[in-house]
Design a protein around this ligand. Sequence first.
Ligand SMILES: *Cc1c(COP(=O)(O)O)cnc(C)c1O
Length: 365
Amino acid sequence: MSGGPRTAHDDVIRGLLRPDLRHLHAYGAPQLDVPVQLNTNENPYAPSEALRQAIADAVAGIAGTLNRYPDRDAVELRKDLADYLGHGLTARQVWAANGSNEIIQQLLQAFGGPGRTALCFEPSYSMHPLISQVTATAWVEGSRDADYGMSTAAGQVRRHRPDVVFITSPNNPTSTSVPLGLVEDVYDAAPGLVVVDEAYAEFARAGTPSALTLLPGRPRLVVSRTMSKAFAAAGTRLGYLAADPAVIEALLLVRLPYHLSTVTQAVARAAIAHRDEPLATVGALRRSRDDLVGWLRARGLAVADSDANFVLFGVFDDRDAVWQGLLDRGVLIRNTGPAGWLRVTVGTPAENDAFKQALTEECDL
Ligand SMILES: *Cc1c(COP(=O)(O)O)cnc(C)c1O
């Protein structure tokens, strides 16, 4: 949290800060204590009693080893993650870190940096440009089609020749997926690393294949995932990637020693062992998502096709006023995305009803 009055010290420190960071704003989705929180795409279902007990047992099991550093290479956890992903992947092709944001940071530290460029197709995930700039990687803002498709992506890559390309699919904040053929085209056009951020892969509609299927024979392709969304484990901070083992060897150069605590590794492994429970909520959330898309469209609103656990809708003349009106009614959503659009995370049925009720009142639907 920042806050409090500006002091003379602020100016002293600002003068010392790297000049290339002075214009940035810290990531800041508001963390407000309101009854209905539909703003950061978390899974709304808290761990069950059984899962809580399994997590507690796992932590108790390693508590006596906390005088020692963790397994630096998180081998057992990477085996579990590879098993979960399938596609014949092994632990050598999987890497884990504190959230997929740290995965992105490690990728940019190793493959971006001063004199290099990263490109993403906007509108997309705000952390890709932010982490690029923090790692002194020049940021190139690519664009999407009017319907958020990526028909011109490969051409943009050919023109800019970036060292790292980000493709977010399903995309945040638009909730749309890109066909794998376009990912292949971008890969063929790119001179460097192509990172497909699949944070929402589990929520995709049936028949939306993962870029994991493209990994064989493509050493420059990276697919990143997270336990923050479908796995209902945002508080655990566990992100991971699948790629050629040579990519992971390169990441060992930049990761901090012992970056993933023994506690994190134990909790993540317990959650993976009990994954049937959180993943069972995914089906329900997908159905609620489709219902919400239909409900909003039936009221004349524009809604992007969603393969994620959130919905982008609009178009409002004053989206900030709508956002504030919902907040005044105890419903926190996100005023992000293209001008005039708002993003709402799919919650429990009661939370979705509260959102519909608040929006109906606010907008006279
Ligand atoms: C939420 C999200 C992530 C997850 O970040 P974590 O650090 O794993 O919590 C990654 N990418 C996108 C596009 C997201 O929306």
